[in-house]
Design a protein around this ligand. Structure first.
Ligand SMILES: *Cc1c(COP(=O)(O)O)cnc(C)c1O
Length: 413
């Protein structure tokens, strides 16, 4: 191991604390964490000079690849102008342009306002608080309950965590948040005092990449309309092409009352969240200071992040990202079907677009991912489901390498 790698790991183990990590295991002298130092396209390099395919898009964030010249140039140009200015009391050019671009994906008179924040959790917090205040300002203050789906994931800040349906993460904190009904199907929803329903459309991520049945999202929109319940779509993972369309909700022609975006919004380059909403919601906040939405973060609408987001949206056009997806989605599906056929350790393959979960027999998830590293694929399991969710720029050969690495790892594990 290189001397500097040794130094970085020692400092990490002495002073840093990692997310969702059993620190006792992390700091064990036998654990040698990878130190990622560079990226290019769908590839990552560690401090020892080893190259890996970024098999989970750096936790579901990266879209067009790392160090993309167009995104780097947009960030650099913005950096030369100004890195950050306050959005409290001032506008900034990149945020103005980005708000317009985001609303432009939806029909006129639907989602037409963008509230910026910092990440996926805060994009969900914004939707929660906005929906509650909307009820207060439209004569229904008793509608304070939320409904969420069992095993759903919406982030880790206190409000978003209260909506989290994954017991092993959220059970201990849920009682500190708002009242939430957890359901498994639309039929189980109860409209009494219900303010809003939140869902990860088309596929649940943290729940081991589990797709919803076709038509379920449209059915939910229908139910919400009938009971005047607000629909919050958490597209933090599914947004920006992951499921094959720019946004997952477009596949069932559903327009939510709130659309939460983050992760891929900036191409996965910088933290940025956005909550889109309708004129109906927005209008309830017009008027004097008593009607204002008292919410914001210091780095709201950060110009560097907005510049990265605009460049990322530009690449969807110049690189025809969505047009080139179906062939990749199909190729990956075929490779995984072959894998499942050849290895009885594969329990199930689940796929929506370029999001896949490969469920393995119990106890194999982590060991297969660690072995796959030695064959050039970097990813993480969720329990025993290996997540394969490469950046959308991935090539056919790179998909073959990724599935080949899992194949070799399965043979060895
Ligand atoms: C990652 C994720 C979040 C949380 O986003 P952060 O940027 O990590 O706060 C919320 N919802 C979904 C569906 C996610 O995948």
């Amino acid at each position: 191991m290189r001397e500097e790698t040794r130094r970085w790991i020692a400092a990490d183990k002495r002073h840093a604390w990692h997310p969702f990590t059993a620190q006792g295991e992390w700091t064990d002298p036998g654990h040698e964490p990878l130190v990622i130092v560079r990226g290019e396209g769908p590839w990552l390099w560690d401090s020892e000079g080893r190259r890996y395919l970024d098999g989970n898009s750096s936790i579901w964030t990266n879209i067009h690849g790392h160090a993309h010249p167009a995104i780097n140039a947009a960030i650099t140009a913005q950096l030369d102008a100004i890195a950050h200015s306050s959005y409290l009391g001032f506008a900034n050019p990149r945020a103005s342009e980005l708000a317009g671009r985001l609303c432009g994906f939806f029909p006129d008179g639907t989602l037409e306002r963008v509230f910026f924040s910092d990440d996926g959790s805060t994009a969900v917090e914004v939707a929660m608080k906005m929906s509650l205040q909307f009820r207060m300002q439209t004569g229904e203050p008793e509608r304070t309950r939320f409904a969420a789906f069992v095993n759903g994931y919406h982030g880790d800040t206190m409000g978003a965590a209260a909506l989290g349906g994954v017991d092993r993460f959220f059970e201990r904190f849920r009682r500190f948040g708002p009242g939430v009904d957890f359901v498994e199907t639309v039929a189980q929803l109860d409209p009494a005092n219900l303010n809003a329903v939140v869902i990860e459309p088309l596929i649940q991520g943290v729940n081991e990449m589990r797709p919803w049945p076709d038509g379920m999202l449209a059915e939910l929109r229908d139910w919400c309309d009938r009971h005047d319940v607000l629909l919050i779509l958490d597209e933090v993972m599914t947004g920006f092409g992951r499921t094959g369309t720019m946004f997952a909700c477009q596949q069932e022609e559903v327009i939510p009352d709130f659309l939460c975006l983050a992760k891929g919004l900036s191409g996965g380059y910088l933290p940025l969240g956005a909550t889109l909403t309708t004129g109906r919601i927005y209008d309830a906040f017009l008027g004097g200071p008593e009607q204002a939405f008292y919410y914001g973060h210091s780095f709201t609408a950060n110009p560097l992040a907005c510049a990265a987001a605009l460049a990322s949206l530009g690449l969807f056009e110049s690189e025809q990202t969505l047009e080139r997806l179906p062939a990749k989605v199909e190729h990956l599906g075929r490779l995984l079907a072959d894998l499942a056929r050849d290895h009885e350790e594969v329990v199930e393959v689940r796929q929506r677009g370029l999001i896949t979960g490969i469920e393995l027999r119990e106890g194999l998830g982590l060991s297969v991912c660690l072995k796959a590293r030695e064959h050039g694929l970097l990813t993480r399991p969720i329990r025993d489901t290996v997540v394969l969710m490469p950046p959308l720029c991935v090539g056919m050969g790179e998909l073959e390498l990724a599935v080949g690495a899992i194949r070799k790892a399965l043979a060895e594990a």
